[in-house]
Design a protein around this ligand. Structure first.
Ligand code: PEP
Length: 250
């Protein structure tokens, strides 16, 4: 299916002064990985992260961006600023940003289009709440999120996007979706992308699972045919754990 990509999402963890050494640790620990290895860091850590990852197999991502090019947006960071630093990936639509920072399907779509136009790879997050899962509307909800995120994006650009399926009830809770639950939704997302584009395009799109993926459960999840990688929060903060996950992605 899509290219395997394991991406760490540091969230609001680690200091700029810790970043250079930690990225070097990740580089060392993940040597020989057969997947793309990405660390998404807070804005203030990015320049140290890029410096430490330069010339290695590790790529650096941001955890957000603004969809406008420039102007009066106090506190925001543009795609050009990220590109200028040497950042390659950018997360958008994370459930924490949807909950606390007014991220919507519309802003996700604007951010995805802006990132693509500047050569950044968007990691578009989607996922259902526990209430939605229990009400049996998981796939309906995700279909809305995916259709809106990909609106106006052509097939050539769609192939560059990474979709991260992250059930909200599994993020940071220690409750992982079972391998079959995760595969069912990732397969559903792939079928939806085939409807929106075509089979060949859908097969090339990397679909990650995220939600308490760790060194113990990664191999089972990553063995599923429609799970092409992971978006990893907590376990990306310990290089040895992160390396077990990258090692399982083959
Ligand atoms: C995330 O933040 O994207 C995530 C999946 O977090 P965790 O792995 O800690 O559940």
């Amino acid at each position: 299916m899509g290219k395997y990509v394991i991406a760490g999402n540091w969230k609001m963890n680690k200091l700029p002064s810790e970043t250079y050494d930690y990225i070097k640790e990740v580089v060392e620990a993940t040597k020989g990985a057969e997947c793309e290895v990405v660390c998404c860091t807070p804005y203030v850590c990015l320049s140290e992260a890029v410096k430490a990852a330069e010339g290695t197999h590790v790529s650096i991502g941001a955890e957000n961006l603004h969809f406008e090019d420039k102007g009066a947006f106090t506190g925001e960071v543009s795609a050009d600023m990220l590109v200028d630093l040497g950042v390659k990936y950018v997360i958008m639509g994370h459930s924490e940003r949807r909950e606390y920072n007014n991220e919507t399907d519309e802003t996700v779509n604007l951010k995805a289009k802006k990132a693509l136009s500047k050569g950044l790879i968007p990691i578009v997050c989607c996922g259902e709440s526990l209430e939605q899962r229990e009400a049996g509307i998981t796939m309906d909800w995700i279909a809305i999120q995916i259709k809106k995120a990909f609106a106006g994006i052509d097939a050539a650009d769609a192939k560059k996007v990474i979709v991260a399926y992250e059930p909200i009830w599994a993020i940071g809770t220690g409750k992982t979706a079972t391998d079959d639950q995760a595969e069912e939704v990732c397969a559903g997302i792939r079928a939806l992308l085939a409807d929106l584009y075509d089979d060949a395009t859908a097969k090339e799109i990397t679909i990650q699972y995220g939600g308490s993926m760790n060194a113990k459960n990664a191999a089972g999840l990553l063995a599923k045919p429609n799970i092409d990688g992971g978006l990893i929060g907590g376990a990306s903060l310990v290089a040895a754990d992160f390396a077990v996950i990258t090692g399982a992605a083959k």
